[in-house]
Design a protein around this ligand. Structure first.
Ligand code: CA
Length: 369
């Protein structure tokens, strides 16, 4: 009853002082026990273990003043309902991907990934140093949420295919599992897009209900065994070039915290953001080698013609989202496109030029070993 009274009062627009008074008993005891709902199966490497580590970091950084219990998908709420659960106070924290919530706002996509959008480094730069955090705060305040970047998968893979795809014609009629805006892109090229949760991809590929599927990258894909039923593995995951994960905080709870605890949450999220990407970068290489050398996976690269067709379709989707978008969505897209235009010339000169240099395969090893 008390919780309900607090939520109703919060919705009516209580001042921060009044909200703090309501929450006072928990703060006075010096310790708060928070719940974190997530979209991840228990123990899923990368995104799942990253969320668990984030929860532990919050406990350590706050010296136990906030301890966080993590709930895997379905334990407290279903995988895709974290947004609502944190907004309505069922949980204080949530960890998932913003682009699961396009039904709340199409702008959410840009804080995770958009096809042919930003890499992990570029997303961090846009959010932390080019005004996107402020836009994100403005967008989420309308839902009673505050969010931080709290993880990244790095560049994903385009996915697993039972047959080779050499041209756009090969995508026609293909039953492909891929979510969100990439589903719209593939639909434009004639694919039949089917949405199934990660845990159900394998059986659907095996039965032929799916011809192809994308999930994340070598580390997670190897664990789910897709190579056993779809031998062709395509790069690059242009649709998720650096998928950012988010930590959502119930805004009334966040606003009621003293400054040092707010800082602890922000710093814990930033630490999780760096750490998860490092974990993916450390383990994807080993997993890819296992897939190719041990399991005989056929690694393929999307042709420039196919990438151009996919990129052209992605641009149509971008324009449709913009045209139908509310003012907030347009503001986010304007900022995203301005930043993308500024950062790409530098990425091209720095990371891309260096990657090309290293691609010359000049020996780099101790002689005789
Ligand atoms: Ca994916």
């Amino acid at each position: 009853m008390k919780r309900r009274a607090f939520i109703v009062a919060g919705a009516a627009g209580l001042t921060a002082t009044a909200a703090a008074t309501v929450a006072a008993p928990a703060i006075a005891s010096g310790k708060q026990e928070w719940r974190m709902v997530t979209s991840w199966p228990k123990g899923l490497p990368g995104v799942g273990t990253g969320a668990e580590k984030l929860a532990r970091t919050i406990g350590e950084l706050t010296d136990g003043r906030i301890t966080v219990k993590v709930f895997a998908a379905g334990e407290l709420v279903p995988a895709l309902q974290c947004f609502d659960a944190v907004a309505n106070g069922t949980a204080e924290l949530g960890h998932d991907a913003a682009y699961y919530h396009l039904s709340k706002s199409e702008a959410c996509a840009f804080f995770t990934a958009f096809p042919f959008g930003l890499t992990a480094n570029e997303l961090d730069a846009w959010v932390h140093h080019a005004g996107a955090q402020q836009l994100w705060d403005e967008l989420y305040a309308g839902f009673g949420l505050k969010a931080f970047l709290a993880g990244n998968t790095g560049v994903q893979m385009f996915g697993w295919f039972r047959k080779e795809i050499n041209s756009a014609a090969d995508l026609k009629g293909l039953k492909f599992r891929t979510p969100g805006n990439n589903g719209r892109v593939l639909t434009k090229l004639g694919a039949t897009v089917i949405t199934v949760p990660g845990g159900e991809i394998f059986t659907n590929l095996q039965s032929g209900a799916l011809d192809a599927a994308e999930w994340i990258g070598p580390l997670n894909d190897l664990a789910l065994g897709f190579h056993q039923v779809a031998p062709f593995y395509y790069a690059p995951g242009y649709h998720e070039p650096g998928a950012g994960l988010q930590m959502m905080v119930n805004k009334a709870k966040y606003d009621a915290l003293p400054k040092d605890l707010q800082t602890a949450l922000r710093v814990a999220a930033q630490s999780a953001n760096n750490d998860m990407l490092a974990e993916y970068n450390a383990l994807n290489g080993q997993s890819l080698m296992t897939l190719v050398q041990k399991h005989g996976v056929q690694l393929r690269r999307l042709s420039p013609e196919l990438l151009t067709a996919l990129g052209t379709a992605a641009n149509e989707v971008l324009n449709e989202v913009y045209e139908k978008g509310d003012p907030m969505t347009r503001k986010v897209i304007d900022s995203y496109l301005k930043f993308r235009g500024e950062v790409i010339p530098w990425t091209r000169v720095s990371e891309q030029t260096y990657a090309e240099a290293r691609g010359l395969n000049i020996p780099h090893a101790i002689k005789g070993r």
